[in-house]
Design a binder for this molecule. Sequence first.
Ligand code: AP5
Length: 255
Amino acid sequence: MTIQIKNDRATWIQGPDAECSVLPAQAAHLWRLVLLGPPGVGKGTQAHLLSQRLGACHLSTGDVFRAAGSRPNCAPSPAMTAALEYMHRGALVPDSTVWDMVRERSACLHCRGGFLLDGFPRTLAQAESLSRMMKEENISLSAVVNYELPLAEIISRLSGRRICEKCKAVYHVTEQPPKVEGVCDLCGGKLYQRDDDRPESIAIRMEAYERSTAPLIDYYRRQGLLLPIEASGSPEEICARTIAALEQRVQPVAK
Ligand code: AP5
C-alpha cells in the first residue's frame, strides 16, 4: 500500500531544538528498521522510497553531518569540525561523537510513524549502545535490512552520484540522471559531487565498512533480526522486494 508521506526530519537533522513541521500520521503498525549495507549500495535511495510507503521517518547520521557542515552563519562545534574532517577523508567518525549526536535526538526513535535508521549503527559499539538505549526506553527493532550488491556495481553507483545542494535529492549521472544536466529536477538547485565520493575516499570508506560495519551482519543475524535483500535492479524494484520480504517475514510493532 502506498501512503505517500513526506516527513520533515527537522528534529533529526537540525537537532532537538528544531521541531518537525510535518508529523507522520499515527501508523497502525510501526516499522522500526535499520538499513545496513556498504557505502553506495543505495540505502539513502531506499530509505526515501520506504519512508513514503511505510510512513517511517528517514534518520540518516550522514545527513546530520553534511547539514552541520553546510549550515550558513553557524560555526560547527569543535567535535563536529573534527567529525567533518573524518567524513571528508572517508573515515568513520569516532563512536563517542556519533553516539552523543544520536542520544541528543533519541526522541526521534519514538516517532509515531516509526523510523528507518540509515548509516547508524556502523560499529559494534554503536549497535550495543543503541540496543541498550532501546531496551531502557522499552522499544525494539522490527528488522535489520541488509542490502547486498557486487563491489563493481557499488563503485559505479558511488562515482556517478550527484546531490542537489539545496534539497539534497540524490541522482546518478547515468542511472538516475536529472532532466537537465547538473540541475535538480525538484527544486532547480545545482548538483554537486560529495567530497567522499572521490576515488581515494571511496577506497577508505570500503575498508572502514569491511573492518567496522560488516561484523554487524552476524551480530544482527544472531539476534534473528537480519533480512538480506539483493540490491540489484531499479530503485522501485528493490523497494518492492524489501516491502514484500518485510511483510512476509516480519511483524511490525502493533500500536
Ligand atoms: P553516509 O551518508 O551514511 O554514507 P554511506 O553509508 O557511505 O552511504 P552513502 O550515502 O554513500 O550511500 P547509500 O547506500 O545511501 O547510497 P545512495 O542511495 O546515495 O555516511 C557518510 C560519512 O559520514 C561516513 O563515511 C562517515 O564518515 C560518517 N558517518 C555517518 N554515519 C556514521 C556512523 N554511524 N559512524 C561513524 N561515522 C559515520 O545511492 C548511491 C548512488 O547510487 C546514487 O547516485 C543513486 O542515485 C544510485 N542508485 C541508488 N540505487 C540505485 C539503483 N537501484 N540502480 C542504480 N543506481 C542506484
